[in-house]
Design a protein around this ligand. Structure first.
Ligand code: PMV
Length: 351
């Protein structure tokens, strides 16, 4: 057998994005959330990350890597990845001895305005732990809670991407197993209607955000409504957990829209203030409400930290809602772009 420090190898992981129903907005310490959040795991919006590792020749720097995104060198991403690798060195001692060529691809169109940090950092963390397993043969492999914690250090929302159907992150008094350090699986507690639930992502703008999530989170530190918001999120979480368990689509939809509006309301009155919604975001939200009122179909919206609208609906209404999206809502999207996503099963190792 070859000496372990002389090995070369390649590991690849695909990890999905997730959409928060109860939003995480405001953090403290090393990426700890100020309130618990819950998300649905997506299927079609994912990142695939490959790490090709080989023994290091050059020990001038504390880590050694290259990074390519969609086959292009992206120096603008290097600094964040570098910081992340330095942070997780304690979990992955091989980073001291190996050079990593990291390549990453998103399933969703390049600069579609879709936040990709959740899928990107979860795919990277999974690939790193796989690399470490191959080199050093962890026995047993790291538990999911620990991998989730490692994802969190890259991007808070990334820690929720690891689990099928749904995940909850942050200490919630009603859930003994919950933690601020990592996410826990929620799929088994959800009504079956959510296992085939849809999230059609309407691309209102493909431009990157004017204010990053990190900057937005930090504006919560001196936000006059922060304490009220954290309390609201806790209250909404309790109500939403009941609705998700019972399959109460109306109750769920009501709470999810309220959460999206509270998130953006916080941005509107941050200091300095900022607006991520665009005129077409407002028009689409209004059209969804009218369609729901006129047809009785339980279709609701949510928003990420951006202008794109996530349209949420059960599988039984798929045809009518998708006809409405194609016939009406796409007129308000950039180049009529949308992603037909749905609830998914979490990350997979590829190749
Ligand atoms: O994980 P971050 O730092 O990109 O923050 C995510 C923030 C929201 O997407 C707005 C909400 C959430 O819970 O995902």
């Amino acid at each position: 057998m070859r000496e372990k420090k002389e090995r070369t190898g390649t590991v690849s992981w695909r990890s999905p994005s997730n959409i928060a129903l109860i939003k995480y907005w405001g953090k403290h310490g090393d990426q700890f959330p100020c309130n618990p959040s819950i998300s649905l795991t997506l299927e079609q919006s994912f990142t695939e990350t490959t790490i090709a590792y080989r023994p290091r020749q050059d020990f001038r720097d504390s880590i050694s890597f290259t990074f390519r995104f969609q086959n292009t060198v992206r120096p603008d991403f290097d600094e964040r990845i570098r910081k992340y690798l330095l942070k997780v060195r304690t979990y992955f001692p091989s980073l001291d001895h190996f050079h990593l060529d990291i390549t990453s691809d998103n399933s969703f169109p390049h600069s579609a305005g879709i936040a990709s940090s959740a899928s990107a950092f979860s795919a990277l963390a999974l690939a790193l732990q796989d690399m470490e397993n191959e080199i050093n043969g962890y026995a047993p492999a790291l538990p999911m809670s620990r991998i989730s914690e490692i994802c969190r250090l890259g991007s808070g929302s990334a820690c929720r991407s690891l689990f099928p159907v749904a995940a909850l992150w942050g200490k919630a008094s009603q859930l003994e197993a919950s933690s601020d350090s990592y996410a826990i699986p929620m799929g088994p507690s959800l009504h079956e209607t959510f296992r085939s639930y849809h999230d059609s992502i309407l691309i209102v703008s493909r431009e990157s955000k004017k204010v990053s999530s990190s900057a937005g989170h930090s504006l919560m530190n001196n936000h006059p409504f922060a304490p009220v918001r954290y309390e609201e999120a806790r209250k909404n979480l309790q109500l939403l957990l009941d609705a998700l368990k019972l399959g109460d689509l109306e109750r769920m939809g009501f709470l999810v829209e309220m959460e999206a509006m509270q998130l953006h309301a916080l941005m509107l009155c941050s200091n300095p203030n900022f607006v991520l919604m665009q005129p077409n975001t407002l028009i689409i939200m209004d059209l969804i409400k009218s369609f729901r009122r006129d047809t009785g179909i339980p279709v609701y919206f949510t928003l990420d930290a951006g202008p794109n609208v996530h349209v949420l609906y059960p599988d039984q209404n798929r045809d009518e809602v998708q006809e409405f999206i194609r016939g009406v809502l796409l007129n308000y999207c950039d180049r009529q772009q949308w992603i037909q996503d749905q609830v998914g099963q979490g990350p997979v190792k590829i190749r």
